[in-house]
Write a protein that binds this ligand. Structure first.
Ligand code: GLA
Length: 409
């Protein structure tokens, strides 16, 4: 999706541009089309995960940050039980009705399904929703592992919400959106992406405990930039491999729980327990479990290293996470490995690893201020030669989570 890679204009500029696009829709203010009141604006960020990969669906710990790559919707509520959205990214207009909305009658297999999924799940959770007509735009690269879908869901949740109605907290709202994606869209994701988009805090990462859906903020250390490098490699294996990994983890839990009472998820298993039960597990399952158990510990160690400004520890933790995802969990790729290789050789790059589900997508690097361009130059000079693919490099900032930007939202 070429258009997803545009620059990231300022908030004010985007608000003006998207509102103007809405006003320019044929009949934007026509009968029943939100004839009065201001145009409302909502936004929701994508995310990058610092560490804690494939732990969320094991009731573990993750450390993502919401980033300044965002989905925006400019809209006017109307009286109809329907949503009609025009995408500035794809250039098409799609709609759905609340009537008869259910996973069984899922419609279009397009981007609007994520909006419909959120509407279905909100209604299923007993939340009131409103219809609207609007325009949607995004600077989250699509299909790159930066959670463009979760951002679309969380922005939708704000547009759909009836102002003044009680709103669940960010964790509960993320769970509702996740359920929509699981049940309505049919993607078996964990809760991390929606949670990060919902709860982000400017200048901070979020330490999320996916067992209880609670989070704490962890300040990004002064002096470090967050850099995302996109491999440009296909993630087509991702969905089936993701589901296989999930089942392997579940099998590990089942086999260990036969001997260890009280074990409900990999979160309940530490390294010692895993070792004494290793003989019960198929070899592949043991490796998957080892990754998850150790990755949870690395998340806590990373939070401590960020607080202490311990750059060496950060480098080691990211390297260990990447190696574990490559060798034990087997979700890296030649392209992701090459990208990390190139990054860690650049002076000023503190830490680098693959981020997200894997099989392509992006890496995340922590980079000393002033070294960002050296990283970009190294990637542009070396990556294509090594892989034949065109990389993209984004210097991103941690931003606040989803919400209304302008009245009416
Ligand atoms: C995807 C999923 C998340 C999480 C990551 C891996 O992004 O949507 O829930 O499982 O992969 O950490």
């Amino acid at each position: 999706m070429s258009d997803g890679h545009r620059g990231n204009p300022s908030t004010a500029a985007r608000a003006v541009a998207l509102t103007a696009r809405f006003e320019a829709l044929p009949g934007a203010r026509g009968a029943g089309a939100g004839a009065s009141g201001p145009v409302a604006l909502v936004r929701a960020p994508g995310r990058v995960n610092l560490i804690g990969e494939h732990t969320d669906y094991n009731e573990g710990l993750v450390l993502p940050a919401a980033i300044d790559r965002e989905v925006w919707i400019a809209f006017a509520p109307w009286d109809r039980p329907e949503v009609e959205l025009t995408s500035a990214v794809f250039g098409d207009t799609r709609s759905f009705s609340f009537k008869g909305l259910s996973p069984e009658t899922r419609g279009t297999k397009s981007w609007i399904d994520y909006v419909a999924a959120t509407a279905w799940s909100m209604r299923d959770a007993g939340l009131p929703v409103r219809g609207f007509r609007g325009v949607i735009d995004s600077t989250v690269p699509i299909g790159s592992g930066l959670s463009s879908s979760a951002a679309l869901e969380m922005a939708s949740s704000w547009a759909l919400a009836v102002p003044g109605a009680p709103r669940p907290d960010a964790g509960a709202m993320a769970a509702i959106a996740q359920r929509g994606e699981n049940r309505y869209v049919g993607v078996n994701c964990g809760i991390m992406d929606q949670f990060a988009s919902a709860a982000g805090r400017a200048g901070h990462a979020l330490l999320i405990d996916c067992r209880i859906n609670q989070f704490k903020t962890a300040p990004m250390p002064a002096g470090l930039s967050l850099v995302v490098c996109e491999t440009g490699s296909s993630r087509k294996l991702e969905a089936s491999a993701y589901n296989t990994r999930r089942s392997e983890c579940e099998l590990g839990v089942k086999l260990i729980a036969e001997r260890e009472p009280g074990v409900k998820a990999l979160r309940d298993i530490d390294e010692a327990m895993l070792e004494r039960n290793r003989d019960r597990l198929p070899e592949v399952v043991a490796r998957r479990c080892e990754h998850v158990v150790r990755e949870d510990a690395r998340v806590m160690a990373t939070v401590a290293a960020l607080a202490d400004g311990d750059l060496e520890a950060l480098g080691q933790l990211f390297a260990a996470s990447h190696a574990s995802l490559r060798d034990l969990y087997e979700v890296s790729s030649a392209e992701l490995d090459a990208m990390v290789d190139i990054a860690v050789a650049v002076p000023g790059v503190v830490a680098s690893r693959m981020t997200g589900a894997g099989f392509g997508g992006c890496t995340v690097s922590l980079v000393k201020h002033g070294a960002e361009e050296a990283l970009r130059d190294a990637v542009l000079a070396q990556y294509q030669k090594r892989t034949g693919l065109e990389p993209r490099v984004y210097i991103v900032a941690a931003v606040d989570g989803a919400g209304g930007v302008k009245q009416g939202a």
